[in-house]
Design a binder for this molecule. Structure first.
Ligand code: ZN
Length: 709
């Protein structure tokens, strides 16, 4: 029996500040939600500061809460009267000094026995502490007994969850490992896998414990908690809580703000909203997927985020099947806060979701190309600072090519890698996917032998899942070459020499008119087995300075940078450098074309979706997870997001190649000014329906549903 949280969720969260309770008016919140087409409110209950008349000691009331005021009661009444749901935000990240002093044994300890405080001066608990468990469960039970809530949002579950030396942690670690918890400096090192596994297990236990407290009130009470995105390597290493933790939640929620960009950048790339959603879909495609974002952002919380970019951010997420969560950090609602300029900008995105939920809610990305997300590789080679990141940037570069070329793709996590998961995948991509287990290697080898295609680069399969280096690629037979172990810095003044100018991997690159292509990053020197095709090779550094001596005697090496190979019934392309990452970091078109040509060559034919739109129009293909013959084509105009005014996307033609269908109809779900998509042509041959759809000019977003006739 499906519960409400298995359906569509259009969430408004108001993270209230203490002063926001003054003159709080539940009716005006609901009025905003109705106009914005929201159906769930997430609002503060308590933890650090209580927004209700809590009697679970140690309490800390909001000093502005009046005696007769009970906003949660008011909200439950008006929301439920409108058929809307209410989830309460609880936050057990820490307490004020006086509360700590009343119960010092409920909290975390440093190795010298002193209490742990966070940057905000709060005294923090650990995953095993009484405060975060028994107390938190008691608090939640009391809350849910008092008010007819529909669920609990555990905020900041991973905050300040660094090392702890409280008696409970010490005993648990000793019982499991027979040794003491390592010193703080040591445990930060990657070699402490055992410690991190222990901590992750405690984090999971804690999550399960609080979930159980919520579920005492019925299966239809939702439990969700805050986890960060796929690239947040440090948050995961520090806390043991990762996006995978979302499997314990009733719906899959991931944090993805436009202003949640990687270290050192104000705004993220717009496609990341879709990328994050694709990743969440891979965690559990059966559950509702929600991207937690916000009109007013998360960095400069008192002013709006760039308005047009914010809309494009939402459209990108929605285009690949996300539901949305609009999180506001001050004020009663987006039209009653400091900066109201972005109030209601989500209304037509939410309205689109609401109106079309029957057709779009079960849609998941079509995965002709699958990117393997390897958490062990992310933990070892990923970094929050893109300059130091050696994993996430490769995924981002690969996605740039996939988005630019309108190729249908999605993620597979290493936990789900299996012959079944790969059944419909035409090209599996392993961008510098260094850490692979023997089991994963076997699945990949069988997949290629059976006719699957593989794109791999740089250190792929050179380490095991625990980060231990292997003597050679575990996939050496599949890749058709061996590692020499030598890595060259090719970030400056480096090139790739063309060896086979007519090879399809160099299509359209003008190979007949150049000796070299650009190189970048690092290049691993490898020894090919002789059965494959060396398409380009590593060239030693040719310094630019001084110009008269900018030449070397021997440009010729035997080390491939681009290597094509057959294995069993499958095809393989191996890049010895960080080719995909260079698409993102460097942006030179040689990198782009080499990756794109590899994908094309590996596909062995045409994609399920092809489109003549330029790369500024992103075209996403989704299919219904439950209903065969049911698809969604969503277009997002990135020209619009480049400036402060919208520049329309030109009309284009989408061609779909659909198996086991004899005819189709289309229905425009979102366009501009009543413009509609139309079928230009459809024909059946070799068991495939070829369907040509004309997409008219549009401004931000266009969406068309395709159904079997
Ligand atoms: Zn502890």
């Amino acid at each position: 029996m499906p519960h409400w949280y298995n359906g569509q969720l259009r969430i408004l969260q108001t993270v209230l500040r203490e002063t926001d309770i003054i003159d709080y008016d539940a009716r005006s919140v609901v009025a905003y939600m109705k106009k914005a087409h929201a159906n769930v409110l997430v609002v503060n209950a308590g933890g650090i500061v209580d927004f209700f008349h809590n009697d679970v000691e140690p309490v800390h009331f909001n000093p502005f809460m009046r005696e007769e005021q009970e906003i949660l009661s008011d909200l439950c009444d008006v929301l439920h009267a409108e058929g809307m749901k209410i989830i309460c935000r609880v936050d057990f990240r820490g307490v004020q000094k006086y509360r700590y002093e009343a119960r010092p044994d409920w909290f975390a300890r440093r190795s010298d026995g002193s209490p742990k405080q966070n940057h905000q001066g709060l005294y923090v608990p650990c995953y095993m502490s009484y405060y975060a468990n028994e107390h938190a469960a008691h608090f939640i039970r009391r809350l849910m007994t008092r008010f007819p809530l529909d669920g609990i949002w555990e905020n900041s579950v991973a905050f300040g969850a660094g090392m702890c030396y409280c008696p409970r942690c010490r005993e648990s670690y000793r019982a499991e490992h027979g040794t003491e918890i390592p010193a703080e400096e040591e445990a930060a090192s990657p070699s402490f896998a055992a410690y991190r596994a222990w901590r992750k297990a405690r984090a999971d236990e804690h999550i399960r414990f609080l979930r159980a407290a919520v579920k005492e009130f019925g299966e239809d009470k939702a439990y969700v908690a805050e986890v960060f995105g796929m690239y947040h390597a440090q948050a995961s290493l520090d806390s043991g809580i990762d996006t995978y933790t979302a499997e314990h939640f009733d719906f899959i929620v991931g944090v993805g703000f436009l202003t949640g960009a990687p270290h050192g950048r104000p705004y993220d790339e717009l496609p990341y909203a879709a990328s994050a959603t694709r990743f969440l879909k891979a965690i559990d495609p059966k559950k509702t997927t929600v991207l937690l974002t916000g009109n007013n952002g998360t960095k400069w919380r008192l002013v709006k985020d760039p308005a047009l970019k914010t809309r494009m951010w939402m459209w990108e997420a929605v285009a690949v099947g996300a539901n949305l969560w609009n999180c506001l950090f001050n004020g009663m609602h987006p039209d009653a806060t400091y900066d109201r300029r972005n109030a209601y900008i989500e209304s037509d995105v939410y309205g689109y979701l609401e109106k079309n939920q029957a057709l779009i809610q079960g849609q998941v990305p079509v995965r002709e190309v699958a990117i393997l997300f390897s958490k062990p590789t992310r933990d070892m080679f990923g970094h929050d600072d893109e300059e130091k990141d050696r994993y996430g940037v490769g995924i981002r570069g690969l996605e740039t090519v996939l988005n630019d070329a309108h190729i249908p793709y999605g993620f597979i996590t290493e936990r789900d890698l299996s012959p079944e998961a790969l059944a419909d995948v035409r090209v599996l991509c392993l961008p510098n996917c260094a850490c692979l287990s023997d089991g994963e290697v076997t699945v990949i080898r069988d997949y290629v032998r059976g006719g699957g295609s593989l794109l791999a680069s740089h250190m792929t399969a050179l380490y095991d899942e625990n980060g231990k280096i292997r003597p050679d690629f575990a996939l050496a037979d599949v890749l058709g070459l061996s590692s020499t172990g030598m890595v060259k810095d090719t970030s400056q003044d480096c090139y790739q020499m063309i060896r086979q100018k007519d090879h399809p991997l160099l299509d359209g690159m003008g190979a007949e008119r150049t000796r070299f292509f650009i190189n970048g990053g690092e290049t691993l020197l490898t020894a090919p087995d002789g059965a494959g095709e060396v398409v380009a090779t590593y060239v030693p550094i040719i310094p630019n300075q001084y110009p008269e001596q900018a030449w070397i005697r021997d440009e010729d090496t035997r080390f491939p940078t681009v290597y094509g190979h057959g294995h069993g019934a499958g095809r393989v392309v191996y890049f010895a450098n960080n080719m995909e990452a260079m698409v993102y970091r460097n942006g030179h078109e040689d990198f782009w074309h080499l990756v794109h040509n590899a994908l094309r060559w590996l596909s062995g034919g045409r994609w399920m979706l092809e489109c003549d739109a330029p790369d500024t129009t992103h075209v996403h293909l989704l299919k219904d997870r439950d209903r065969p013959g049911s698809f969604l084509v969503s277009c997002v105009n990135h020209l619009a997001g480049m400036g402060r005014t919208v520049h329309p996307a030109a009309a284009c033609t989408v061609t779909l190649r659909l198996a086991a269908m004899s005819g189709a109809t289309v229905k425009t779900l979102y366009g501009e000014d009543g413009s509609e998509a139309a079928i230009i042509n459809q024909s059946v041959a070799d068991g495939y329906l070829t369907l040509q759809i004309a997409i008219p000019e549009f401004c931000e977003f266009f969406s068309v549903y395709v159904g079997a006739e």
